[in-house]
Design a protein around this ligand. Sequence first.
Ligand code: SF4
Length: 364
Amino acid sequence: MRRQSLGATPESIRKMPEPATSSSRPRVLSGMRPTGKLHLGNYMGALANWVKLQDEYECYFFIADLHALTTDYADTSMLASNTLEVALDFLAAGLDPARCTIFLQSKVKPHYELPLLLGMMTPLGWLERVPTYKEQQENLSTKDLTTYGFLGYPLLMASDILLYQPQFVPVGQDQQAHVEFTREAARRFNQFYKLGDVEVLPEPKILLTPSPKLPGTDGRKMSKSYGNTILLTDPEPVVRQKLKTMVTDPARIRRTDPGDPDKCPVGDLHKVFSSAETLANVYEGCRSAGIGCIQCKGWAADALVQILEPIQARRAGFSEAQVIEILEDGSNRARVRAEQTMREVHCAMHMTLIAATGTGKASE
Ligand code: SF4
């Protein structure tokens, strides 16, 4: 019986054709958990930047459903529908499957494999010292997070990145530590294993992307867990209603009290979404008590509706079947890239029969 070849030599790997998705542009990768419908905070903090990156970089964007399991393993009933909602919001925001690869993490098997291999060489202390490990255990105290999966989450994240050998990872200021961990994991691997003189898992660089301060309706950072979001799918009346309930500068108790947009969450929304002219009117009217908060919130709602309208129109143009097809196609493309990296990883780790025999021929 003919045995399958279990691997490849460094020489044969170097001769392998680049995956079909390869391009001469620098590669970037980023992902998002399937939390259901996305909100303006997700849009401004990541999606809007991703859309801009599509033409300049070879982009891989994924829905991190395996990440969701690290905290929400006990109830996966919403996982599929949340994944579809996020994919729809990716497309609605302007990600174009013809210009970037959009994929589902769990459909690309190397995402299960590389964390295990990296786990063999990662000191336990590295994982225990990740600040979010203790923080999240305290914040999500209703969930049992004393699990192997949750402890190993940083390795899952590092593998997600390293599988694509990207030059850059686009992140906001507060996520830089994640990329630093990934760089450390790559360094550790490269210390032990090499493919000739080539580093198999190059350390990606941080591509710092602007992520403006975006408050939710209660003034805290917009976040699904605070229940203070404005969704990308919220219809105009809902947006206006949510704005009406938004907290303002506490110094403006009466209509005649002057306020300060720099101390008001509505002012923060204006700074992100309103025109320079409207913003000037907000500053002038608020500080002189020339306008009331209801009027000011109406202007903010106008600006938000303008941002959301094209997003919602694009969303309406996709059927569920199309979204599934886009994810399947993207996952196939991502798999080609990730499997290429895994071949190199296996070869560098001498996990191939060919490397063991040293014949350079496929073993029969
Ligand atoms: S006028 Fe506008 S910026 Fe000033 S406190 Fe009211 S909502 Fe905030």
